[in-house]
Design a protein around this ligand. Sequence first.
Ligand code: ADP
Length: 168
Amino acid sequence: MSDSVIAVYPGSFDPVTNGHLDILKRAARLFDRIIIAASESGRKLFDFALEERLTFLHDSVERLGYRNVEIDSFGGLLVHYARDRNASVIIRGLREVSDFEYEYQMSVMNRKLIPSIETVFLSTSSDYYFVSSSLIKEVAALGGDVSALVPSIVNDALIARRRKPLEG
Ligand code: ADP
């Protein structure tokens, strides 16, 4: 068994933003292998289907040319998924103070569940601290230009969505 360090970077990625990719860039320097794990279900209802979220991630990561990054999805408990993938680290990004409370609580809970898996928090670049998937969707839906804040495939999808009449 090699002693390479595998890290899981979980999230909704609904859709992936340059803020997510900034954290990925830092993490890819620190760990031997990163598994980006898009949640299949969670606290939120997703705007983009899992297949779309995965396509956005695949395209973005391919463009960046990382060789040590894999993309997957997961359901159920994150720590169980991480354990099954032989990961010893969970990566989370921190933007502002409001992220901290929930993230801290989750990390302590996850350590209670499986003590050998460590959560590592990486702070965002100042260019992206205000970027969240939900704000991006809101601004894009109202016609704002978010092209500097998301990968091009996501920007195209947001524009296509704006042109489509709302369903339901
Ligand atoms: P979740 O629903 O699990 O919070 P998100 O896709 O919203 O999923 O976020 C996944 C991770 O990426 C979280 O750790 C979040 O804090 C981090 N993240 C999201 N946007 C940014 C950003 N702009 N800068 C740094 N980290 C971010």
